[in-house]
Design a protein around this ligand. Structure first.
Ligand code: 0A1
Ligand code: ZN
Length: 883
């Protein structure tokens, strides 16, 4: 473990590396507990750095076996080596060859970074700073080198040996039971993109012909016997490769592209050059084991990692502060890919739901940070919704501001100018400014300033003057370390809708048209006057969620109903309904807190009924409309004095009302959509299933015993996991006999299938009842539970703390204590997953006083623990810091 964690790293302190590495030759001899790593590094002083600098290499828990410089062993007094650092104070100031031998124990590696074992498979995870757990190295992304990797292992244990690049040699090691493979990657890359895999793996194979006619072999490696589950992932890969050629002109560059699915992985997947390593959850799928949502995630993540080949690998980050350079841009690219593959409006709605649920919440609490942070203690804690999702929103805004053509020009310039280099955000934005001539200086604030901007809009209409005026004002609240904020550049896509439902041409007072319907707000307050507007229109604001802001406007309930029915922008039709529902729910929570009766909203119910009955509306959209704001959404809207029990009660009441009032239409939709055809994961079929299952869920919410019987029947007769899991999830919400029967049956059916058993754990952890905490605690002792498997931890502990608002936030604090205990137990094994679990406390200050005090006490208990990883310490200290 590193020891310099008390010293934060600062962007302002960036210095180019003193030494560069030209080539790396690795020779890795795999062994369960004593893997020998020989590294031959051709190093040379960096001409653009300090003169006569020492040669310092990073390490993390390493044991040095031998070291040579230019072929000669180094004398003991000419270097120092600790587990965390190798230093040669006075190296020759010229190119030289450094040979280092280290020994690592992959079986003892429970952190799952560096070289570790997932089951029996050897694999690596080097982002962000894992390579230094394999060998001493200047482990920073601006040191780009060419790698050749020889791997050796027992043939019987690891018949498959893989690394980055192309295979150049393989064979038996004469006179032994071992064999070897040599891989060469001709593209210079940072150490975090290095990967190596060894094991007994099966694979599926396909091929792709690139736009210039090159043939690329495609392979997906899985546990033997699971090959038939990799077909959808392979199909996704080919679609992603084609899309990147068509949408961005980007072609794949090696002769082979490999994906390896492993059962133990800290994150979703990793974009190692030519050798992506995946959490098997995002590769393996059959209709009987994966839901529609799983298929959609596989599609998106396969694409995301593939797209990194250009945005991340060929052009990488100069330093870890620039993480959003690769992540925000690549998320934007995978969102666009999915939008083109599926329904664009439904995808946008889903993405905005995620953004608000995670990023807005992060931005409103103690863990808020800029998309490009300027300081960090532990980089692993910055793989956040802000860096990823808000980072993607910034790229989307660039496209909105510059138009599709200007955006493409900027991207083309970026690829041309920075290919093969480690770049910065300034480099990236500079390409758009240079390609279009547009000044983006103020726009850069999106990278620097944390927090979600709030935009207030007041519309007025002057019938006599035939003008319509939009007065806009923006505000950005203080966030940790940033008390004073400057105005942002906010691109607001808008429309003015006439009473007949048509968009009015947007003509400004000076006769100019509003380009692409986008108003650009860059001052604290601005007023836009539109001419030739005879009757009062309804304003449709922030269409397609063009800017990641919180918007308020003087829209009446009637206006919102009008938008829900008539807006040509489907996102805002959905938003209007969400705004109505959210207003109702927050009002009712406040009423409950004050001991007053709740109100109902007949207009909202009627609007939802209209959507449900309209055959023109795509089912996936209707499902999004009927999915009322989540408990976490309501908590976020309230912002303070959050009482999860009141939120739960208000939400249950609305769902019951919808189930009752729309009963006939819901039953009708359920029947209509139960088409019984063979399962296909395509977006249209998935949309029909999601509407059918939400209909079932709302019918059950109305208290109908017929709906419970229907759910039990659907559970039994389902021919796919989407319908089966939806049925048991609906049953799980009610204390009915059918519930436990289905939960027990689910275990029996799927006990040999770890990814499905993850769902079984999550399902039970999410039951909103007082008995759940005890059930979760019991499940931690279930033979299938293990703190060693991140998917298991996320499915039980993650589901409980993130999906079960009432029980995690029990007023007696027992939910918080459980999380604290779990984090303390996990931290010694896997600090990355432990610190991620800890972020469930990120909104603790917004809770009502009793819960807030309990959460604070548990946070302080963790903070006081004798030995904490830098990862958990960082999260706990920032969570507790006074703002
Ligand atoms: N770069 C990967 C995410 C990732 C980040 C860190 C990891 O280990 C600490 C692993 C994966 C992506 O964006 O998909
Ligand atoms: Zn990524």
């Amino acid at each position: 473990m590193r020891t310099d964690q008390d010293q934060p790293v600062r962007l302002a302190d960036y210095q180019p590396p003193d030494w560069l590495v030209e080539t790396v030759e690795l020779d890795v001899s795999l062994h369960p507990t004593a893997t020998r790593v020989r590294a031959r590094l051709k190093v040379r002083p960096n001409p653009s750095a300090r003169a006569a600098a020492p040669l310092t290499l990073d390490g993390d828990g390493l044991t040095l076996k031998s070291i040579k410089l230019d072929g000669r062993p180094l004398s003991a007094d000419s270097f120092t080596a600790t587990p965390d650092k190798l230093s040669i104070p006075q190296p020759p100031q010229r190119a030289c060859l450094l040979e280092i031998e280290t020994l690592v124990d992959p079986t003892a590696n429970t952190q799952l970074t560096g070289l570790y074992r997932a089951g029996a498979t050897y694999c690596t995870q080097c982002e962000a700073e894992g390579f230094r757990r394999i060998t001493y190295f200047p482990d920073r992304p601006d040191v780009m080198a060419i790698y050749t990797t020889r791997i050796e292992a027992e043939k019987a244990d690891a018949p498959v040996l893989l690394s980055n690049g192309n295979l150049v040699a393989s064979g038996d090691v004469a006179g032994t039971t071992r064999h070897f493979a040599v891989w060469h990657d001709p593209f210079p890359k940072p150490s975090y993109l290095f990967a190596l895999v060894g094991g007994a793996l099966g694979h599926v194979e396909d091929a792709f012909v690139t736009m210039s006619g090159r043939n690329v072999a495609l392979r997906i490696y899985v546990e033997p016997g699971k090959e038939s589950r990799a077909g959808f992932a392979m199909d996704a890969l080919k679609r992603a490769m084609r899309w990147d050629e068509q949408a961005f002109g980007r072609e794949y560059d090696l002769d082979i592209f490999m994906i390896v699915a492993v059962s133990a992985f800290n994150m979703g997947a990793m974009e190692n050059k030519g050798l992506n390593v995946f959490n098997d959850k995002y590769v393996l799928a059959t209709p009987d084991t994966a839901t529609d949502a799983d298929y959609a995630s596989i599609d998106a993540i396969i694409a995301h990692e593939y797209f990194h080949n250009w945005t991340g690998n060929r052009i990488t980050c100069r330093d870890w502060f620039q993480l959003c350079l690769k992540e925000g841009l690549t998320v934007f690219r995978d969102q666009e890919y999915t939008a083109d593959q599926r329904s664009r409006p439904v995808k946008r709605i889903a993405d905005v739901r995620v953004l608000r649920a995670h990023q807005f919440v992060e931005d409103a609490g103690p863990l808020a940070h800029p998309v490009r942070p300027d300081t960090y203690r532990e980089i692993n804690n910055f793989y956040t919704p802000t860096v990823y999702e808000k980072g993607a929103e910034i790229v989307r805004m660039l496209k909105t501001l510059l138009g599709a053509q200007g955006f493409r020009k900027g991207m083309d310039l970026y690829f041309k100018r920075h290919d093969g280099h480690a770049a910065t955000i300034e480099d990236f934005v500079g390409c758009f400014a240079d390609a279009t001539g547009i000044d983006l200086t103020q726009f850069m604030r999106w990278y620097r300033q944390a927090g979600t901007p709030e935009v207030a809009v007041t519309m007025s209409h002057d019938a006599k003057a035939r003008t319509c005026t939009l007065a806009l004002a923006q505000m950005l609240r203080p966030t940790p370390g940033q008390s004073v904020k400057e105005p942002m550049v906010i691109p607001l896509a808008i429309g003015l809708i006439a009473p007949d439902g048509h968009d009015i041409p947007l003509t400004l007072a000076d006769g100019r048209a509003v380009e692409r319907g986008v108003l650009v707000l860059s001052d604290p307050a601005e007023t836009f006057v539109f001419t030739n507007v005879g009757t009062r229109p309804v304003a449709s604001l922030n269409r397609a969620f063009s800017a990641p802001v919180k918007l308020t406007a003087n829209l009446t309930p009637d206006d919102l109903h009008f938008l829900a029915a008539h807006d040509s922008d489907p996102f805002n039709r959905w938003q209007a309904l969400q705004t109505l529902a959210s207003t109702l729910l927050t009002d009712n929570v406040k009423a409950l807190r004050a001991g007053n009766p709740m109100r109902t909203d007949g207009g909202l119910v009627a609007a939802l009924g209209t959507i449900l009955a309209d055959p023109q509306v795509e089912p996936a959209f209707a499902a999004q409309a009927l999915a009322v704001p989540s408990e976490a959404d309501i908590a976020r809207e309230l912002g303070r004095d959050v009482d999860p029990d009141a939120i739960f009660t208000a939400r249950v009441a609305l769902r019951a009302e919808l189930g009752n009032a729309l009963g006939a239409a819901l039953r009708d939709a359920y029947r209509r959509l139960s088409d019984g055809g063979t399962y296909s994961p395509d977006a249209a079929s998935a949309g029909r299933r999601s509407l059918k299952n939400i209909a079932l869920d709302l019918l059950a919410a109305s208290g109908s015993s017929a709906a419970i019987a229907l759910a039990a029947r659907q559970y039994q007769s389902a021919d796919n996991m989407t319908d089966r899991l939806a049925a048991v999830s609906t049953l799980s919400l009610y204390p009915v006999r059918e519930r436990q029967a289905a939960i027990d049956d689910f275990y029996r059916r799927y006990q040999s299938d770890p990814l499905v058993i993850d769902k079984w754990f999550a399902l039970q952890a999410a039951i909103p009842e007082p008995a759940t905490l005890e059930r979760v605690q019991e499940l931690t002792r279930h033979p299938a539970f293990s703190l060693g498997n991140p998917n298991r931890v996320r499915s039980l502990v993650g589901a409980f703390t993130q999906m079960n608002q009432t029980q995690f936030n029990r007023p007696d604090g027992a939910g918080y204590a459980f999380l604290a205990d779990t984090v303390l137990a996990l931290d010694g094994k896997n600090p990355q997953v432990a610190s991620r679990m800890m972020t469930a406390f990120r909104s603790w200050r917004a809770l009502e006083a009793v819960r807030r005090a309990r959460a604070e006490a548990e946070l302080k208990r963790v903070a006081a623990a004798p030995s904490l990883s830098p990862d958990v310490r960082d999260i706990v200290e920032r969570s507790l810091a006074e703002t």
